[in-house]
Design a binder for this molecule. Sequence first.
Ligand SMILES: [Mg+2]
Length: 365
Amino acid sequence: MKITKVRAVLYQAHNLIPGWKVSLGGRDTYDLVYLRIDTDKGLVGVGISSPGAAYITGDTAANHLQLINNLFGPAIIGSDPFDIEAVMLKLDSLAMKAEAAKSGIDLALYDLMGKALDLPACKLFGGMVHPRIRVTRLMGMYGPKEMAEKVKGFVERGCSALKLKVGTTLQEDVERVQRVRDAVGPSVTITVDFNQACSAKEAIRRIEKMEPYDVALVEQPVKANDLKGMAMVTKSVGPKIMADESVNSLAEAMQIIETGAADVISLKFPKMGGILKAKKVAVLCEAAGLEYLVGTTPGSRLADAANVHLAASLKDLTLPCEIGEFERMADDPCTGLEIVDGFLSPPPRPGLGVEVDLKRVGLAD
Ligand SMILES: [Mg+2]
């Protein structure tokens, strides 16, 4: 099987929960890039890349369209989709970093390979270890009262894990956790994500004050490049510390391990360059005894289907994963993935397993 055509288009998704923000910034729309790979066998693979928020990633959809349509696409015409390692090596030789744009190609290749073999994508990278994955739902950084009110709906629908965006003042951050704990009861797993808002000492102060409300996991308390500070936080507090913005590659995961900067690594296909590369980071975590989970990629059932396949294949996964944010997006052109009682399962259909309305995204024949 040979690749004959690669096309990418911009698609904008809208957040159903307005006023969403994190400590670094906020937005109500998400730029997504859908891409389609055609082959000489008539099979079509569909992928998605997400530049994420520019105030976190510095990336844009225009950059993805340029890279995929004008650089990556033409370079992989004639390649066999099953030679995914060689295809990714080719993309790496053409563009330094640009991992999020590369990840769209990786997803489309797994979709193609699965369709060619009539197998769900997870069977191509280790197979199914976890048929059901517990879902963590996210809540933007609203005021404490509003946040506690907003998360109730998730728990009423069966969600047993929440991640709260924090990072304003000590008093407000602690009140957020306190009010949410009061609203949802003792059995819900609570994670907080500072998105780099604190110095190490300030993070330690805030986390200690949150501890009475049973915080299981604290994400990226300090700046992405402050591994020394994050190691200090990790050594000083009870809850597990998770690195997110600090880990975008295998090499950065190695630095986290060497410095003892975190207990957990957030695996994300956009920042790591696709499922193939994210799996390599997962293996490194397994060797080093670090925990991992699959972190959020908001905007589409297609992206979350990829996340569910990845999570299902992770040997040492014990933590809930942030794989349900498609629920807060209006205008999703994809169907075939729904949260049931707070859990998600990989779609049983071939490839990534969701139906994408190609006409609606502008990728029909
Ligand atoms: Mg994060």
